[in-house]
Each structure stands twice: as structure tokens, then as C-alpha cells.
Design a protein around this ligand. Structure first.
Ligand SMILES: *Cc1c(COP(=O)(O)O)cnc(C)c1O
Length: 369
């Protein structure tokens, strides 16, 4: 059966608004290389995210990978396996060794009680993930990082626009990396950004995203190419005007899900963090088969049979990827393994009809034996 309801649907501005935004590109023929759209989006994002400095990238992955490279790290990076492939790949592709910390069973972010025991004399950095928009224990991570003189880079791909205790989420750590992929709460079709404080780090990042070119006859670093182009930046400028309204609509969808699923035995819904202004990017549910009466896989199959796409996100764990040929011991992250075997993210996007949410929840609850 053809999917009727997909797990997500990209936010898009009205077509006329986008056409207006890109019209001048047809006059100037300036399509990439840090043009006026790129510059303007950078300024607007600094304001929106409440950060001092930001640079834009071709995607979220290159933002993370080049940030690790810019920090000139060597040795081990402590991270979590309950994340998208990108986080772990960025470490390995830099020639660094990922060391996997288990996750907290409620927020699914790095369990900081298990963090310090993983630090060795080879540890150089911590790469925690704000999973599903749940904010990591940033205070504890900062305390431990300071004590052991470690760099902290946040994978903030899920936390666009969030604040923690009133501060923009991009202000934490040495750097925070965002993804503006089509499936994220805010998109530039494909895109990403790094927020950082240190101006010097910004210069190195800029070199890495633009071949190290400093002038028409000056190439002073061996950089890659990870620039955001003008069409993507224009998409970002348009989407940014609507993002608050889109997040508010997502919030209504989430509230509808909660009205059906909150308090149902055997279901764990996403944590509500009182200090966080949420972006409602995802709606994960953990199914405990013994108490709920149906497994995650049974619910997934029942939804699929009704043409509804849910996603086993994140399954499998990154430390079990065949790409790594068994290099990592998954038994060291038992909580992550438990959650990844039971979690399903349900369809969620701004225009998802509340009646569709009712239907999805009806199917889920009907799975109980
Ligand atoms: C989407 C995502 C990324 C990568 O972002 P892209 O823009 O797709 O390259 C990295 N980490 C997490 C947790 C993500 O969800």
C-alpha cells in the first residue's frame, strides 16, 4: 500500500515568496560563494538563535566533521551511539576514535554520570547530541570538560531555535552544529551551521569550507568545499519568517498525540524539560511490550499496513553499524540498546491533520493484545 502519511514533510514557504526572494539572483547571476543571501541569512540566524558567531555550511554533517577538524584533535572523542550516522562518522572520518557513553533513559542524551569514567589520557573532546530536541546536561558536561581540559562540540541538529534557561542552545560548548536538512524543524533544503565563540576557530572553519582561499592569489590552508549556496540561503530566509508559526503548529500536533497516549501503560513519551523552549521536532514513543501489550515492531507493521510511515529512529545504534566491523562493544551501552529496540518516532510535521493523529493513535492503541 502506498504511504498516505509520511513520518515527516518539509516546511516550505509560499512559492511566490521564494520566487520573490530569488528574483535578484536572475539579475546578478551570483549563485554561490558567500553572496548577499548567505550574508543576510547568517545575520538573521545570529539574531534568531541568540548566538555571537555563526557560519553556514552545505549540510549539517560537514558542519560537524569540519568543526572536529578545525579543533585539530587527536585521540578519543566521547559520544553516544543513539544518534544519526553523521555524529559517529564525523569522528571516525577525522581519524579519531569514538568512545561510546550510554544514554539517560529519560532524555536519551549522554548520561553524564557515566561520562567521567570513560575519560583517559587520550580523550580530547566530548561530542554529545541533543537527541529529539532534548537538551543534554550542559552544566555537568561543561564542568567535566573544564576539569579535564576537553573540547565540547554539540550535535545540535535536532534543536533549532531552542533555548535552555533562556539562552540560545547554540551558545553551549566550544561549538554547536545545526542541520538545516529538509526533514529538520528548519530547513534550507540541505544546509547546516556552526555556532561558536572563538573568532580564531571561525577563521579555521571558514578556511575548511572554502578551500583555504584567502585572496585571488593566496591559498594558505588545505580546505575542503562546504559552502552554502545562494538558493539554499534564500530558502532559509523564507523559512525563517515562518518557523515560529510552524513550530507552534507542531506543538498542537504534539499536544494531540499526548492527549491520546499520555499515561498509557507501557508507553514512554518524550521528556518535557521545564527549562527548555521546545521546537517539537520529533515525537518518539518507547514501547515496553510486556506492559503495553505490543512490540515496537508490531506497531510499526500495523501503521505501515495502514499507509502510515513511522521511523525506527535511532535503530540500529551507530556502534553496531556493519561499517565498523564489530569494533565497538554494544553491551557497554545497554540503555541505548534497550531504547533503540523499542523506540518509534511517529509522523510529525506542521500541517499534519489532528484527525490523522487521532487515527494513528487509534491504530497504535488497537495493537494491544
Ligand atoms: C540530520 C542530522 C545530522 C546531519 O545533518 P545533515 O544536514 O543531514 O548532514 C547530524 N546529526 C543528527 C543527530 C541529525 O539528525
Amino acid at each position: 500500500m502506498k504511504k498516505r502519511i509520511l513520518v515527516t514533510r518539509s516546511s516550505m514557504p509560499p512559492l511566490e515568496e521564494f520566487v520573490d526572494e530569488i528574483r535578484e539572483l536572475w539579475e546578478t547571476h551570483w549563485l554561490t560563494n558567500m553572496g548577499p543571501k548567505h550574508k543576510l541569512l547568517q545575520e538573521e540566524l545570529c539574531k534568531y538563535l541568540g548566538v555571537e558567531r555563526i557560519d553556514l555550511f552545505t549540510n549539517g554533517h560537514m558542519a560537524i566533521e569540519l568543526t572536529l577538524q578545525a579543533l585539530n584533535l587527536q585521540g578519543e572523542v566521547i559520544t553516544t551511539p543513539f544518534t544519526f550516522a553523521s555524529t559517529t562518522h564525523a569522528i571516525v572520518r577525522n581519524g579519531l576514535t569514538p568512545v561510546f557513553c550510554d544514554i539517560d533513559p529519560v532524555t536519551y542524551t549522554m548520561d553524564t554520570e557515566k561520562l567521567e569514567e570513560l575519560i583517559t589520557d587520550r580523550t580530547c573532546a566530548i561530542l554529545p547530541v541533543h537527541v529529539y530536541g532534548n537538551v543534554c546536561n550542559v552544566e555537568e558536561i561543561e564542568r567535566i570538560a573544564r576539569k579535564h581540559e576537553l573540547k565540547v562540540v554539540y550535535d545540535a541538529a535536532h534543536t533549532f531555535g531552542e533555548t535552555y534557561k533562556g539562552k540560545g542552545i547554540g551558545t553551549f560548548g566550544d561549538a554547536s552544529c545545526f542541520s538545516f536538512h529538509a526533514t529538520k524543524a528548519f530547513n534550507t533544503v540541505e544546509g547546516g551551521a556552526v555556532c561558536f565563540r572563538d573568532e580564531k576557530l571561525g577563521e579555521i572553519l571558514y578556511d575548511l569550507k572554502n578551500f583555504g582561499i584567502h585572496g585571488p592569489e593566496e591559498v594558505s590552508a588545505v580546505g575542503a568545499n562546504a559552502k552554502m549556496n545562494e538558493l539554499c540561503a534564500a530558502m532559509g530566509l523564507c523559512n525563517l519568517r515562518h518557523v515560529d508559526a510552524e513550530i507552534a503548529k507542531r506543538g498542537k500536533v504534539v499536544a494531540r498525540y499526548r492527549s491520546h497516549l499520555e499515561g498509557v501503560e507501557g508507553l514512554q513519551l518524550n521528556a518535557v524539560q521545564p527549562e527548555v523552549k521546545p521546537n517539537h521536532a520529533y515525537f518518539p514513543v518507547v514501547f515496553e511490550e510486556e506492559t503495553f501489550g505490543a512490540s515496537r515492531n508490531e506497531v510499526f507493521a500495523a501503521l505501515a499496513a495502514a499507509g502510515i510511515g513511522a521511523r525506527k529512529y535511532f535503530h540500529p545504534l551507530t556502534n553496531t553499524f556493519s561499517a565498523f566491523h564489530g569494533a565497538y562493544d554494544v553491551s557497554k551501552t545497554p540503555v541505548a540498546l534497550h531504547v533503540s529496540r523499542r523506540v518509534l518516532t511517529l509522523p510529525l510535521y506542521a500541517d499534519l491533520a489532528l484527525e490523522d493523529v487521532d487515527e494513528i493513535c487509534g491504530i497504535i492503541l488497537g495493537c494491544r493484545k
